[in-house]
Design a protein around this ligand. Structure first.
Ligand code: ATP
Length: 328
């Protein structure tokens, strides 16, 4: 008897491993754009879930950013139904009026919709099709933008968000493997025109920067970048714990002690200010490295009552309103 192609078997093994231990009575939703990664993931889930006694459905988001995106979303959902991923749900989102650039706005709208839909259907987990290549591209982009370790830290294979687990079973697989898996199953993935559009930095990384690095340094570059991302994530986690402790100690009434903040190591001070701004309701998408640097400058300048220039995003009035720094 001939078994499945190696790439198909690998996606199934990855999904089975991830779903091991999931509560049987709840629904698992696969987030599927119709692209190669999430299509291979959805096909593997359709195969594996019933054999593990799990119910699995599909969700596809229509960002409404391209002509015909609604028809594509319906086609993805119809395919989901055809392989018994039930329910197969289309959700249309409005990406306008969200902070950050168009990519960040679409991502934020997508995650909100995924989590809301999961809760509405009593699903306890959402599977995402990120691969090793996505990790490597993210590290490279963040490195080039000077985003610091937080931006370069790896996406975790599991993150719990208020009762819903976001799971990424394919992080150890390459995009080439998911494409081969689709081909072996006779599936025709959709190619997102954004991925080929050179006006997006990520597309340029995907099309030329990463392939050039592989040419220059060898094929191990992609998995090495992904490993770098994992190591940075571990360091970032440790520093976040320390920064949270320092933030706690720096709190005086409803303000922060400038003296305490100034005494911190720069890495801890930046992290403490970052989580403080988040706790005050700043959106993560609006809070870049630039903004945290500006907050640090504000803290330092407060001592001497100097003026600080704040970049857009966090408005100066808002910061002044929230920043009741105790200057003792
Ligand atoms: N429109 C969408 N609907 C549902 N899920 C989505 C959508 N877009 C992205 N996702 C989920 O987020 C994951 C990462 O998407 P992203 O666009 O960053 O990467 P990608 O490599 O282009 O993925 P894919 O090949 O699956 O489109 C996808 O694999 C999928 O699980």
């Amino acid at each position: 008897m001939v078994g499945p192609a190696p790439t198909v078997a690998a996606t199934r093994v990855a999904v089975r491993r991830m779903l091991h231990g999931i509560r049987k009575d709840a629904l698992v939703l696969v987030a599927c754009s119709g692209g190669a990664d999430s299509l291979a993931l959805a096909a593997a889930t359709a195969f594996v879930a019933p054999r593990m006694g799990l119910r699995a459905g599909l969700i596809t988001i229509d960002h409404g950013l391209q002509d015909g995106s609604d028809r594509r979303a319906s086609a993805v959902a119809a395919w989901g139904e055809s392989v018994d991923l039930r329910p197969s749900i289309v959700v249309s989102v409005d990406v306008s009026g969200r902070p950050g650039g168009p990519e960040a706005a679409a991502r934020e709208a997508r995650y909100d919709a995924l989590l809301d839909t999961a809760r509405a259907h009593d699903a306890n987990s959402v599977l995402l099709g990120h691969t090793r290549d996505d990790q490597a591209e993210t590290v490279l982009l963040a490195l080039a933008r000077g985003a610091g370790p937080r931006g370069m830290a790896a996406m975790p294979d599991r993150r719990d968000v208020e009762g819903v687990a976001l799971l990424r079973p394919l992080l150890d697989m390459s995009r080439d493997e998911t494409r081969k898996a689709c081909a072996a199953m006779g599936l025709e993935p959709w190619e997102d025109p954004h991925n080929l559009d050179p006006s997006y930095a990520r597309s340029r990384v995907r099309a030329s920067a990463l392939p050039s690095l592989v040419d220059a340094l060898g094929p191990g570059v992609v998995s090495n970048l992904a490993r770098t991302a994992r190591l940075l994530a571990q360091d970032a986690e440790a520093l976040d714990v320390l920064a949270a402790e320092e933030l706690e100690r720096s709190m005086i009434d409803e303000g922060l002690s400038v003296a305490m903040l100034e005494a911190l190591l720069p890495a801890l001070r930046a992290r403490a200010l970052h989580s403080w701004a988040l706790s005050l309701g700043c959106s993560p998408a609006a809070l870049s490295h630039r903004h945290v640097t500006a907050l640090e400058a504000l803290v330092t300048a407060w001592h001497g009552q100097g003026a600080v220039h704040l970049p857009g995003g966090i408005r100066a009035a808002r910061v002044a309103g929230i920043l009741r720094v105790v200057t003792d």
